[in-house]
Design a binder for this molecule. Structure first.
Ligand SMILES: [Mg+2]
Length: 316
């Protein structure tokens, strides 16, 4: 029953100083942090699209991912997570245990990233599992990252490694919230976006928003081991490099910043001077240029147009 699940959740929630009214009322009431902007995003996960169909999904992992993908969007705006509301459509049969496991997965990552679960809605039906999370964050005025601020001459950096997510880690999303905060505290970032649909596609979106283009050094692209696995499992899907450029669901950050700042940042990380850096690789993969579109630069210097490959939800 809906009330049973809500009672189960509320009993698990600790009091949060950001809440002006305790959990359980008709709506959540938050104390806005002084001097900060509110940042707000939402993302929905559907059975069979964002996670496997029953009985092959682990509801705990789905709950983790539902929060994590939203955290990734806040990271791309250099924002601090604050609070989440969660809506779930549970299966009528077995819904209580699915709901509890789902919320346990959410609570674990919410606790790690200091997100208060402040409300939501529970329904049940005979359809597939669907989960929606809306996440509120905050950022000091003037410290926000945007995707439209890249400048010609900037260096483009990527966190982590990309490609083949579906072959392994796509549910175990590790949002780059702490990396974003440390980078924002160290250098001036001109543009940022998270990779949800594919490195090439999301990079092209950032360049389009900024009114410029980018050259990508193919040899520099950090290819995830999952991309190698995926290419072996399904050679028709392209080489590991093609998968790194186009697979998506990486939830890494692409950031664009002045070349000297990039050098300073990479130097600080390489020498361990960036206190608290979680050990995530950070790699320069190219540069921002005036000509629109993306260009792939191969190791021998050959330049070819780079199609903005990636995943787009199709509908008519
Ligand atoms: Mg995004």
């Amino acid at each position: 029953m809906e009330q049973q699940l809500i009672d189960w959740l509320v009993a698990k929630l600790a009091a949060d100083p950001r809440l002006d009214v305790p959990n359980g009322d008709d709506a959540a009431v938050l104390r806005p942090p002084a001097g900060r902007r509110t940042v707000f995003c939402t993302d929905m996960l559907c059975e069979g699209v964002h996670f496997p169909s029953a009985p092959d999904y682990d509801p705990r992992a789905v709950g983790h991912k539902a929060i994590a993908v939203n955290l990734s969007d806040l990271a791309a705006m250099a924002s601090r997570p604050e609070a989440a509301v969660v809506s779930v459509s549970l299966p009528r049969s077995g819904g209580q245990s699915v709901g509890e496991a789902l919320l346990e997965g959410m609570l674990a990552i919410a606790t790690r990233f200091d997100v208060a679960l402040v409300g939501g809605d529970t329904t049940s039906w005979d359809g597939p599992l669907a989960v929606n999370v809306a996440l509120l964050g905050s950022v000091a005025a003037g410290r926000l990252w945007r995707r439209d601020g890249c400048r010609v001459g900037d260096v483009v950096l990527v966190t982590g490694a990309v490609g083949g997510s579906l072959a392994g880690r796509h549910l175990a999303v590790e949002p780059r919230v702490n990396e974003a905060r440390l980078i924002a505290d160290t250098v001036a970032v001109h543009g940022a976006i998270d990779i949800s649909d594919g490195l090439a596609l999301d990079l092209s979106r950032m360049m389009q928003a900024s009114g410029c283009g980018a050259e990508v050094d193919l040899a520099a692209v950090p290819i995830h081991a999952d991309a190698v696995t995926a290419a072996k499992l399904d050679p028709s899907g392209g080489t590991p490099l093609m998968r790194a450029l186009g697979d998506g669901e990486d939830f890494e950050l692409l950031i664009s910043l002045a070349a000297d700042d990039a050098e300073r940042l990479l130097g600080a990380i390489a020498t361990g001077r960036l206190a608290g850096w979680p050990g995530t690789p950070l790699t320069a993969i190219g540069r921002v240029v005036a000509d629109r579109g993306l260009v792939a630069v191969s190791e021998d210097g050959r330049r070819t147009p780079l199609p903005p490959s990636g995943y787009q939800h199709a509908f008519t």
